[in-house]
Design a binder for this molecule. Structure first.
Ligand SMILES: *[C@@H]1O[C@H](CO)[C@@H](O)[C@H](O)[C@H]1NC(C)=O
Ligand SMILES: *[C@@H]1O[C@H](CO)[C@@H](O)[C@H](O)[C@H]1NC(C)=O
Ligand SMILES: *[C@@H]1O[C@H](CO)[C@@H](O)[C@H](O)[C@H]1NC(C)=O
Ligand SMILES: *[C@@H]1O[C@H](CO)[C@@H](O)[C@H](O)[C@H]1NC(C)=O
Ligand SMILES: *[C@@H]1O[C@H](CO)[C@@H](O)[C@H](O)[C@H]1NC(C)=O
Ligand SMILES: *[C@@H]1O[C@H](CO)[C@@H](O)[C@H](O)[C@H]1NC(C)=O
Ligand SMILES: *[C@@H]1O[C@H](CO)[C@@H](O)[C@H](O)[C@H]1NC(C)=O
Length: 448
């Protein structure tokens, strides 16, 4: 029975329809029967119009380290696979192969491992990306995983979207000059951030602080962005008549004899020896393009930690905000949603499990491991459980100026308890135990 029909029936019967039937939940026969009976009884107690939710804990069926053969079986449901099987992929995705019975309907794909992205190999490094071509649901952000060997350069370039980065390993030297001719140079290390506003030219170069160079995650607040479609210094000059180049720089054509005839993109270089910018008569950019996020203390919660960088602290970063979350084994990032902004997630360590609730009875559970991307559109309810036995660490990234979320527990704790009871049929004690302070990452469950 669909929602509309339910509410029409509720209106006609003027019964205590305290519990709107989710589409597709009960069979319509059951739904009608309980509606009919509830219309004839004026019960003071909250009266359910739908069957109670199952008590099945719907535990995860296996994980990457268990040796059981993954089969699409959960309880009495499903059957073995007789056809061909990619066992490695199935081991990584227990909640797709044998979904919890709470999953229903259809939710667009919200997982993309960078390992499935086509890589662009260059002398000195590589880059692989995820945009709407890989994950159509992710219209608001695109991501790039980029690696530079010590000294290697991602050449001087610009693009129409902003660029935000989180350094995964090693140190990267960034340079930039803004539209008013103010320059900036910084060495950005693991767990630190940079941000270039749209159209502002910049370069990236791995230092030799670590002999392996650096790797970083880039985020662009537009799902259509392609790393293969940026404005490169060498590409431009290779496509300007030499006579024009010479006149522009007020020099001779032969001064430009040695310029490359096509783009370099990523190429080897000598590691930088200084991070002091060229002396600039216009001065430095007023808001730094880099942020020492790694040095920001995290807030401790019962199940882990959270720290946030958005334009309230990293002022130039007006189009990208991040929350870095750790979740201890058995704990979870609580049930929540983000009111207006999509979430682009990136898993750095540990194993996670998320159910995305897409309204109208649609829900899908997916598992994540290091190097995986998740996506949760604005408003979609979700959580992340640590399903491994080591710390889970991931980033929640948004194309917004200020981080925002709504926690389910806090919402219910601050709603009239009678109203909560009418919906959920909980005891007064249970409702009273809900914390009025947002818990963010909640510890292992109380023993039952
Ligand atoms: C409320 O929950 C109890 C079990 O805790 C159940 O027996 C009862 O039928 C429920 N009431 C309604 C109205 O759903
Ligand atoms: C964690 O899990 C791995 C693989 O299942 C296992 O080898 C290891 O002993 C576990 N460690 C702890 C502390 O349980
Ligand atoms: C960086 O990579 C090296 C080589 O794989 C590794 O030993 C080191 O732990 C990594 N550092 C961080 C901060 O992840
Ligand atoms: C790093 O590079 C600089 C400049 O090329 C060089 O002087 C220095 O010796 C290098 N350091 C290491 C540890 O390789
Ligand atoms: C980050 O910290 C380093 C010292 O660890 C400091 O030199 C640098 O100025 C800081 N960067 C910013 C953008 O605050
Ligand atoms: C995998 O599942 C086993 C059995 O439930 C558990 O002991 C182990 O900690 C899990 N390991 C990882 C890495 O998830
Ligand atoms: C609620 O959360 C606050 C802050 O996290 C904590 O100090 C407090 O003990 C909690 N209260 C209850 C009743 O759990």
């Amino acid at each position: 029975m669909n929602k509309l029909l339910t509410s029409v029936l509720c209106a006609i019967l003027i019964s205590s329809c305290t519990w709107a039937a989710p589409a597709g939940a009960p069979s319509s026969a059951e739904g009608q029967a309980s509606l009919a009976s509830s219309s004839t009884v004026s019960a003071p107690e909250p009266s359910s119009t739908v069957p109670l939710a199952s008590d099945d804990p719907n535990d995860i069926a296996w994980n990457v380290t268990t040796t059981i053969d993954p089969e699409p079986i959960r309880g009495q449901l499903g059957a073995t696979i007789l056809g061909p099987q990619n066992v490695e992929i199935d081991r990584q995705n227990p909640d797709l192969v044998a979904p919890p019975t709470t999953d229903a309907g259809s939710v667009p794909n919200n997982k993309w491992p960078f390992g499935l992205s086509h890589n662009r190999l260059q002398t000195g490094g590589w880059a692989r990306q995820q945009n709407v071509q890989q994950m159509p649901i992710a219209t608001s952000m695109a991501g790039v995983d980029m690696r530079l060997e010590a000294g290697a350069i991602r050449e001087l370039h610009w693009h129409q979207t902003a660029e935000w980065a989180y350094v995964l390993n090693g140190t990267t030297q960034i340079t930039s000059v803004d539209q008013l001719g103010r320059n900036f140079v910084a060495n950005v290390g693991p767990g630190d951030l940079w941000y270039f506003p749209p159209g502002i030219p910049h370069s990236l170069q791995a230092t030799n602080d670590s002999e392996d160079g650096s790797e970083f995650l880039l985020i662009f607040p537009n799902g259509q962005f392609s790393e293969d479609n940026t404005f490169l210094l060498t590409d431009w000059l290779a496509h300007v008549p030499k006579e024009v180049i010479a006149r522009n720089f007020q020099t001779t054509i032969d001064a430009f004899d040695g310029i490359p005839g096509q783009q370099l993109y990523i190429f080897p270089g000598t590691p930088p020896t200084s991070d002091v910018p060229v002396e600039d008569p216009q001065g430095q950019v007023p808001l730094p393009f880099a942020f020492n996020f790694s040095q920001l203390p995290a807030t401790q919660y019962s199940g882990g930690t959270a720290k946030i960088a958005d334009s309230t602290t990293f002022q130039i970063s007006t189009q990208v905000a991040v929350a870095e979350i750790t979740v201890e084994p058995g704990a979870m990032r609580e049930l929540h949603w983000h009111p207006t902004q999509d979430e682009w997630g990136f898993y750095i360590e540990g194993f996670g499990r998320m159910t995305l609730f897409a309204a109208s009875g649609n829900a899908q559970t997916v598992d994540f491991e290091p190097g995986d991307i998740s996506f949760a559109p604005a408003g979609f309810g979700h959580y992340v459980e640590n399903i491994g036995n080591t710390t889970l660490r991931f980033l929640e990234i948004f194309n917004t100026d200020v981080f925002q979320d709504v926690g389910l527990a806090q919402w219910l704790a601050l709603t009239p308890p009678e109203l909560v009871k009418e919906h959920l049929n909980l005891s007064d004690d249970t409702i009273a135990s809900f914390n009025k302070t947002k818990q963010v990452v909640v510890g292992p469950k109380a023993s039952s």
